[in-house]
Design a protein. Sequence first.
Length: 453
Amino acid sequence: MRARTLLTMLVVFAFVWFAVSTIRLNEAYVTVQFAFFRPVVLELWMVMLAAFGIGAGVILFFDLAGGVRRLARDRRRRRVDEAHQAVEELYMAGLDALVNGHHEKALQRFDSVLEREPEHEHALVKKGDSLRALKRYREAADTLERSTRVAPNNLVALYSLVDVYLAAGAEERAKIVLEQIIEGWPLPTVSAHRQLRDLLVGHQKWEEASALQSRLVDMVSDEERALERDMAKGLRLGLGVAQLSAGRSQEAIAGFRLILAEDESFVPAYIRLGEALAANDETEEAIGTWQRGYELTGSTELLSSLQNFYLRAEEPEEAIGVWKQALVLSENEVPLRYCLGKLHYRLFMLDEALREFQMIEDRVSGLPTFHLYMARILESKNELSAALKKTKLLVAEVEGLMMDYACESCAWRTSEWTERCARCGRWGTVSLHLPTVDTPEPVIAPSPTWSTP
């Protein structure tokens, strides 16, 4: 016989012995009296058994009642979970449609979600994005405003609302929301600062934009700080230009000089400072500013500013002399001769222009404008065969036609110099882009200087 079976039998026998002994010891009779009932005479062990049974029954009742409640609660939870799962599946289907560009389908899915959960904040935001993609801006704004009421601290909803307002042309409303993000959010909101800054720049509110940019410089990471400092310089440049237009030339001049004190390689500041000084009848200082800027940066745009100054003063010989003096003092003759050739062409000095272009013809590559100038000059001189050859070269390189300038940061091309790149937004990165072919024998010459040799 196994020990476990033996132990069980002993426990049973012990229980039976205990029960029989209890009954024999409690065979005395007792009278049980209940209100409104006749007295009942029972043996004592029966009373004890009844009391035990009633106690066990009460315990069993409450246990069963608790089990029923738990069962009902679990059932309700399963129903809620199933309903939530169905809502999330609809939401994910809407996201998938939105990502794949099926905006009408996405809108239907998000509407189905909101029918089941009217305050589903993520579905509200994505419904707003779908409506914006469909250019239903009023409905998109209403939906996103509702989302911000449901979840006031949902940054995604606030940024989406800004995008809707901007797409709809409601820039003042976008500005209010951006200010709400900046003032009401405890953490640095770099994106909101940038968007608000760009709005202020678009309205030429340079002082506000510059103050905002100063805060932004302190917010960004070390990797982005150089870019934001460049932007800060550009905004201060814009402020100076606005001051100059408003007749506050002394403030503008002081601002331009402050920029150059911080960064002596910032070409736009030299150009604008020279213009401000010239407008203030400080001619010699304006000329010196452009010359000094060229010596430090080598930018042909500073010489172009000096050239245009002389042309406005009806001194074409001085304008030509700007480039000739630079050619004498600089080793980088290709862009200088190209600019001198363009000036000759502008002054209808076609022979001189052709001569300058021919001197660098074998060192210029990938610049259709160069071939265009030469083709026009040769055609005017009735050298049709040579003009046709240049025209063929022009057609072969037509992709970059008249795009003399390029951004050093993002390679954006443009036909005219500009202070700020229209693609990446950086200031002072656009310069003359003149692809050259290396010559076998480099020319060694002293570094640029405007002192007398």
